[in-house]
Write a protein that binds this ligand. Structure first.
Ligand code: NAP
Length: 513
């Protein structure tokens, strides 16, 4: 039998009492480890985190908590090679894709460690200036942000087992709030190992960090009024979470990061030989292929002025044709596999659904795999679809979570921006062009329907951070179908873990805050 990974709860390692779910290598098909959370006393574990972990973290200043994040980053760096091996085995990712997850996590921790240093020796934050409540200035109101006395429960998606933990845990721990993470079962190994290394290193106070691997059953029932819940995953699961009785009854604060049909749009006025066109094509191809398209921020819909439709199709297809797909252990392979067979089936079904409404401009089904058995490996080549009929709601509403995008033409800028908005709220849209005023205007037009607008012009060709890369300094999350959540964005992320309250008092009292 494969090794059973332990859960860390109530300050000790505990095995589930069931048979557990087996995690697989999606390229070789071999069994790796098992996870199970059957029979854990979740209520006791959550209570321990709130009482022990919360108390210990709140006793520290932001500077001291920042130093904890720094220490966590040092532990993770020391074990980086192991994380790369686990990611290759369990997620089927090539090294560059693992870096997005593992090194992205370490970078995010470092950014919040520095923020802690800059917030200094405080344990709470002031929110704005004091305001008079009447004619006499003696009695005023001051808003304050204090860490919630509950815990932060993270229910995470399979595609970022490393970054998905730490991009949430960094602002939570910095805020003084203990963390319990429940990784997606399919890729729980990497999350579990990172938590294990940090716990073994003894760099965090008791109760500050726990991990529960396996079924989510019972987790939401254990939540209390001051807890917060951060969910990343599909829109369908998000609906169940929002509707959960305990979440509703206890007013548990919930952040949802769901799926999103993100866009890339090339503005008019650029020829097919222009630098902006080249940057646009390069980014579309990169976004389709990084992590085999299993990124919530990946480009799914691609818009060009109608005169450039054929040129764009040709240029994107030519680059996709160079993508080598297969076993990530082979150095020549650029794109590894999907995470499991269920995702492979889901991508094939999604392609079939989109294929009812769009033509295939580049067919990934013909891609020969390198060093991988097509009957075992969950690999799929990149596919570019295209349609000149842009009013189709299936195209605007279907997220195929793989290396798939659909090209569409638009007639004028206003129509192009309208088509981007047909995604009904996205995590990110990117726009490409060389005219700065037109780019500013388009960015503002898209800001309300996209959590982030990524603008690529030739002057930042070497500097821009990429359409799909989520930087800790920038907001992550989008309105509408993207879940309505907000993460990261520097200090903004800490709002979720703090409670805002008004203190009304004499200025003599307020000056002591
Ligand atoms: P998922 O099936 O919704 O699962 C997400 C998490 O929810 C997993 O940990 C899962 O546990 C858990 N879960 C499932 N049913 C639950 C329930 N009834 N109550 C509580 N938790 C439950 O999503 P996924 O397949 O892992 O991830 C892919 C999706 O996530 C894509 O649609 C992608 O767009 C989205 N995503 C969004 C973002 C973002 O930041 N917006 C980032 C990454 C991914 P088990 O694994 O044990 O079932």
């Amino acid at each position: 039998m494969t090794e059973l990974l332990s859960n860390y709860l109530t300050g000790r390692w505990q095995n589930g009492s069931g048979a557990g779910a087996v995690l697989h290598d999606p390229v070789l098909g071999t069994e790796l480890v098992r996870v199970d959370a059957t029979g854990l006393d979740l209520a006791a574990g959550f209570d321990h985190a709130r009482k022990q972990g919360g108390r210990a973290l709140r006793a520290l200043t932001y500077r001291e908590r920042g130093a904890l994040l720094d220490a966590v980053g040092t532990v993770l760096k020391a074990h980086r090679d192991t994380y790369y091996d686990i990611s290759t085995a369990n997620s089927g990712t090539v090294k560059n894709d693992t870096a997005v997850d593992v090194d992205g996590a370490i970078y995010t921790l470092g950014t919040y460690a520095k923020l802690g240093e800059s917030l200094g020796d405080r344990r709470y934050l002031l929110d704005g200036e004091a305001a008079r409540l009447g004619k006499d200035p003696l009695f005023q109101t001051q808003h304050v942000l204090t860490p919630t006395r509950g815990l932060a429960l993270f229910i995470n998606a399979f595609n970022f087992p490393a970054w998905g933990l730490w991009e949430k845990a960094a602002p939570a721990l910095l805020s003084g709030v203990p963390v319990i993470v429940k990784p997606a079962t399919t890729t729980a190994w990497l999350t579990q190992r990172m938590v294990k290394d940090v716990i073994d290193a003894g760099v965090l106070p008791a109760g500050a960090l726990s991990v529960v691997c396996g079924s989510p059953s019972g987790l939401l029932d254990a939540l209390q009024p001051f807890d917060v819940l951060s969910f990343t995953g599909s829109a369908d699961t998000a609906v169940k979470i929002r509707a959960h009785d305990m979440v509703a009854r206890r007013s548990v604060r919930v952040n949802i990061e769901a799926d999103s049909v993100n866009s890339a749009l090339l503005l008019p006025g650029e020829g097919s030989d222009s630098p902006a066109f080249e940057l646009f094509v390069k980014e579309v191809v990169r976004e389709m292929t990084v992590k085999s398209g299993q990124k919530c921020t990946a480009i799914r819909r691609v818009f060009v002025p109608e005169t450039l439709y054929d040129a764009a199709a040709e240029a994107i297809a030519a680059k996709l044709a160079k993508t080598t797909v297969g076993n990530p252990r082979n150095e020549t392979v650029r794109m590894g596999s999907l995470v499991n067979r269920a995702q492979l089936i889901s991508v094939r079904e999604g392609l079939a659904a989109l294929g009812q409404h769009a033509a295939i401009l580049f067919d990934g089904a013909n891609t020969a795999l390198v060093d991988a058995d097509a009957s075992v490996a969950c690999c799929v080549g990149p596919t570019l679809l295209g349609t000149r009929r842009t009013d189709n709601s299936v195209i605007h509403g279907t997220e195929v979570f793989g290396p798939v995008a659909t090209l569409m033409p638009y007639q004028n800028t206003a129509q192009g921006l309208d088509l981007v908005r047909r995604g009904e709220g996205s995590l990110v849209a990117s726009i490409y062009g060389s005219n700065h005023p037109s780019l500013s205007q388009a960015a503002l037009e898209l800001a309300d329907s996209n959590g982030r607008v990524h603008v690529v012009s030739p002057d930042v060709a070497q500097l821009h951070t990429g359409h799909g890369n989520v930087m800790p300094q920038s907001l992550h999350g989008g309105p509408g179908r993207a879940g309505g959540g907000e993460e990261l964005g520097g200090q903004r992320a800490m709002n979720f873990y703090h409670r805002r309250s008004a203190i009304q008092a004499s200025t003599g009292v307020l000056s002591g805050l």
